[in-house]
Design a protein around this ligand. Structure first.
Ligand code: NAD
Ligand code: IPM
Ligand code: MN
Length: 321
């Protein structure tokens, strides 16, 4: 029996995750689901956004379904989602962007780069160390290469090696692994790539890049599919896996039943694929498409369905199959 840790987090995490959880429960009532509370709300209540116990609890799960957490820009507050990604060594952040005529998989390095956590702060000068290692680059590009082979596609390496020595290493490791694997590949500067991805999405397949570039690129690329409300992601390591929307806690719309739950539902579909239930994953995707075809949409897509109403419509389609 599979154990699924469910983390709502903060803000719209409390709205979109219950929708995704209901769908998982409909497809897999035999799974054990347990809640883990972390986030800014928890910090406000207890002074600690995520304790060692919560990390230990997450490690007991076969997969984690995660909403979003609020990370206030305060210099002493550590982002909970970054802590979890590091603690579970979830080094590969997979962010698919699929639409009419294009199917892109952004593979974002998830543990180092500008997110090394090696920082200094004073009122006059602050530094963040951008760490790129051979081992870190090898394991992320190998994940990307596996996907290229599965998808019978090609690889684009996104970097800024014209300016950053750290990206000279990243690019060179990626190139040499891709060459050795015998796959088709090219590389591009990340700034030009970001625009070209929007202009010619069909020219891309798997895109591998460093941590913050992948963060920004995935928000930008979600424009191709209708915005952040639709973009899912998987965080995969060798032992653990966590599935979450690309979007954050969206405090501007939280608590109003207007958030789009599609990103969370698609993240749940990725969770099912990871656990080997490809049929369940495709049932979620197909049901979502049918609901959209019926014209049922949340406000970000020009409709008037609420988060819960959209979720109920998806559940009806799933149960009809
Ligand atoms: P955000 O992704 O929360 O929101 C950006 C914009 O997109 C907002 O206008 C929001 O209303 C809209 N949006 C996001 N998700 C939506 C949805 N499902 N349906 C409809 N509209 C949606 O980014 P932000 O506002 O920059 O950040 C808010 C908080 O979330 C910050 O504290 C940030 O640090 C945190 N954050 C957390 C995660 C995470 O937990 N993985 C990811 C990104 C941001
Ligand atoms: C994301 C978010 C996180 C990140 C933040 C909230 C730490 O933007 O998951 O895309 O930068 O990875
Ligand atoms: Mn982001």
């Amino acid at each position: 029996m599979k154990k699924i840790a469910v983390v709502e987090g903060d803000g719209i995490g409390h709205e979109v995750i219950p929708v995704a959880r209901k769908v998982l429960e409909a497809l897999h009532p035999e799974f054990e689901y347990f809640m883990v509370e972390v986030g800014y709300g928890k910090w406000e209540q207890t002074g600690c956004p995520c304790a060692d116990q919560e990390i230990a609890d997450l490690k007991t799960a076969d997969a984690v379904l995660f909403g979003a957490v609020t990370t206030p820009p305060m210099k002493d507050y550590q982002s909970v989602v970054l802590r979890i990604r590091k603690a579970l060594d979830l080094y590969a952040n997979l962010r698919p962007v699929r639409g009419n005529g294009f199917d892109i998989m952004i593979v974002r390095e998830n543990t180092e780069g500008l997110y090394s956590g090696i920082e200094e702060f004073s009122s006059d000068r602050a530094t963040t160390l951008r760490v790129v290692t051979r081992a870190g680059s090898e394991r992320i590009v190998r994940s990307a290469i596996r996907l290229v082979k599965e998808r019978k596609g090609h690889l684009t390496i996104g970097h800024k090696a014209n300016v950053l020595k750290s990206d000279v290493l990243f690019r060179d490791v990626c190139r040499s692994e891709a060459k050795e694997a015998g796959i088709e590949f090219n590389d591009r500067f990340i700034d030009a790539l970001a625009l070209d991805l929007l202009q010619h999405p069909a020219a891309y397949d798997v895109v591998v890049t460093t941590n913050i570039f992948g963060d920004i690129l995935s928000d930008v690329a979600s424009y191709l599919v209708g915005g952040l409300g639709l973009a899912p992601s998987a965080n995969i390591g060798d032992r653990y896996a966590l599935f979450e929307p690309v979007h954050g806690s969206a405090p501007d719309i939280a608590g109003r039943n207007i958030a789009n739950p599609i990103a969370a539902l698609r993240s749940a579909a990725m969770l099912l694929s990871y656990l080997g239930d490809h049929e369940g994953a495709s049932r979620v995707e197909v049901s979502l498409d049918r609901v959209l075809t019926l014209g049922i949409r949340t406000r970000d897509l020009g409709g008037c369905a609420g988060t819960r109403e959209f979720g109920d419509a998806v559940l009806r389609e799933i149960c009809r199959e």
